[in-house]
Design a protein around this ligand. Sequence first.
Ligand SMILES: Nc1nc(O)c(N)c(N[C@@H]2O[C@H](COP(=O)(O)O)[C@@H](O)[C@H]2O)n1
Length: 362
Amino acid sequence: MADSRPHVLLSFAASLDGFLDDASPNRLLLSNAADFDRVDAARAESDAILVGAGTIRADNPRLLVRSAERRAERTSLGLAPSPLRVVLGGSRGIDPAAAVLTEPGAETVVYEGRRSLPDVLGDLAERGVRRLMVEGGSAVLTEFLAADLADEIQVAHAPFLIGDAAAPRAFGLPGPAGFPQSPERRMLLAEYRSLGDVLYARYLVQRNDSDEELLGLTIELSRSCPPVLNAYAVGAIIVAEDGTILSTGYSREPLYGLGDPSKNHAEEVAIAKLDPADPRLRSATIYTSLEPCSPRASRPLSCTDHILAAGIPRVVLAYREPALLAVCDGAERLRAAGVEVVELPALAPAVREVNRKVLARG
Ligand SMILES: Nc1nc(O)c(N)c(N[C@@H]2O[C@H](COP(=O)(O)O)[C@@H](O)[C@H]2O)n1
């Protein structure tokens, strides 16, 4: 992600055959209560929520954080109770009676006329927006993807089909150039889970193989960790010498065979997903948002032990563990064992931001 624009997250729910709605004038509910709550949490973590004028006309959303607890938490951090509301108004603009303009609770910016997406994103960055959630509709989602300006997709799959060509699809056809997220450029499946009868999946877009990019993806992965106040949220990615992503993990990610998921560490999960005899491990790099743990109370083997046992020769990390929850000497132990340890402290503030509640408590 370029520093000059926000991280862009596309969020939508679709039927199994990829429709955002049916063709009737009434709004179709694709998500369930648990999934709406997940979306509310994602809104609360964003600096702005963007929709197109068509969505305003069709659904007239308020685009506010619903949970009073989440609004209070934002306020305690010095933020507005709900993120900035952003509308791509297009040539027709929007109705002055629209809820985003009349309902209090957040500020609203409407971009009139045909503003290019890079122009809009640049303006939002200047307004302090670092994380932008795009909630639709189809034309807007398509435009972000086709322009390669989406960094992640969060999709809820509803367990039914629409099957009507008159209904809106999640993504239109972008034209001859197609989408950059092609079979040759697959996205990274960061997380999936069932929320009642809805299947939620989160995909991250990878643009290059640089250490900075891959380490940045671990920080995004760490946002999928079930939040707790007494343990860090960490993401890890194992990458083969040829750039192939071999596996991913995040703290407390459930993995069959590892035992109590509340004890699972990111690097441990990523390593456990691979066959220990996989020869690619011996020339791989493990990227981790936090220094690999050592020592560890929750299980006999620390992440440092797992990395050494797997024979991974290179570790890239963003943030050295501060002496709050434990005193960690993972980086020193790895170096002493001959592992190359690269630290990219420029990414440490983003790790601290994800872990702000743990660090504030510690
Ligand atoms: N590197 C790393 N990855 C994770 O996923 C983690 N949760 C942690 N946490 C740190 O590991 C140490 C031992 O933790 P527990 O015994 O599991 O509580 C400690 O230093 C934690 O802060 N580290």
